[in-house]
Design a binder for this molecule. Structure first.
Ligand code: OAD
Length: 274
């Protein structure tokens, strides 16, 4: 990590009340949640054309039910087992200090809220929520309910019929209208939740600094947010161990893992503000 960029980033962050963070899977990687792309990533093992959309998943359900159960169980279990890491905690600390205005996240894990952030805009939904496809009623789920899902999805010896039963248990009818429910997460081809998208666009274009952490910047429309911020004159700071398509736009690129860079930044910001 280049010392000079780190100093400049710390100076800018220490003197703002207008920081917004835009996060992707990389921020949760050190908490044990796999990223999507790259070697060993989720989409490397479960091709997105078959696992990241409803039609593909339905096909897999018929052809490879055990694989579907393994996929769903892995996502649920990794989110349930993970704990916030120093990068999530640092953002919560900056929120409490009045530096950070909001976190715009593509992540469906719940690590930002569990770290103590309160202003979170979830662009791709949340693993701990079910949504009725008829009336729109949303129900948050607790860890115990999700643990039960992990158990019913046990891939050992699971066939089509058992998977169907498990999914019916998980996606029970809406308690209000009896309608069909689905996880409140965005699949490929779905629109982003309109309110979240509008709020995110506003936050990105009105902030002073957009801190982009751990995203490949490949998935639109979320990946348009840094472009929008840049057009509005915002300072872009990127944290990522590898350059991304967003790096050429960044005013400061801090090469490294999210928790390592954020720990350094927090120390420096604290000492400047003291
Ligand atoms: P990706 O898996 O595409 O990218 C993860 C990024 O994190 C890469 O740029 C890595 O270099 C970086 N990274 C890895 N380890 C890191 C670490 N310890 N610290 C910081 N950065 C690290 O994940 P996203 O960009 O979040 O959408 O993917 C965007 C969307 O694509 C996801 O929300 C999901 C996926 O398909 C949907 O499913 C709709």
């Amino acid at each position: 990590m280049e010392e000079n960029s780190l100093i400049q980033a710390a100076n800018r962050i220490a003197s703002t009340q207008g920081l917004v963070a835009f996060t992707g899977a990389g921020i949760s990687e050190e908490s044990g949640i796999p990223t999507f792309r790259g070697n060993g990533g989720l989409w490397d093992r479960y091709p997105p054309e078959r696992f990241a959309n409803m039609a593909g998943l339905l096909g897999e359900f018929f052809l490879r039910p055990k694989r579907v159960a393994t996929f769903l169980q892995e996502i649920l279990r990794s989110c349930l087992d993970a704990q916030p890491n120093p990068a999530h905690v640092a953002l919560a600390q900056w929120e409490a200090q009045g530096i950070l205005r909001a976190v715009l996240t593509q992540n469906i894990d719940t690590l930002h809220e569990r770290a103590g952030c309160s202003k979170i805009i979830k662009l791709h939904g949340s693993i701990d929520c079910l949504r009725c496809t008829d009336c729109g009623f949303k129900q948050d789920l607790d860890a115990t309910q999700m643990q039960r899902w992990v158990q019913v999805l046990s891939p050992d010896g699971i066939g089509r019929r058992q998977l169907w039963r498990a999914l019916r248990k998980i996606l029970s009818p809406c308690p209000y209208c009896g309608g069909r429910r689905r996880p409140d997460v965005v699949f490929f081809g779905d629109l982003l939740p309109p309110d979240a998208w509008a709020e995110a666009q506003q936050a990105a274009s009105l902030c002073q600094i957009l801190l982009v952490i751990g995203t490949s910047g490949l998935v639109r429309p979320a990946a348009d947010l840094p472009l929008l911020a840049k057009k509005a004159g915002t300072i872009l700071i990127e944290i990522n161990p590898k350059p991304t398509p967003l790096t050429p736009l960044a005013d400061l690129y801090l090469e490294g893992k999210a928790s390592e860079v954020m720990k350094e930044l927090v120390e420096r910001v604290d000492s400047i503000r003291r």
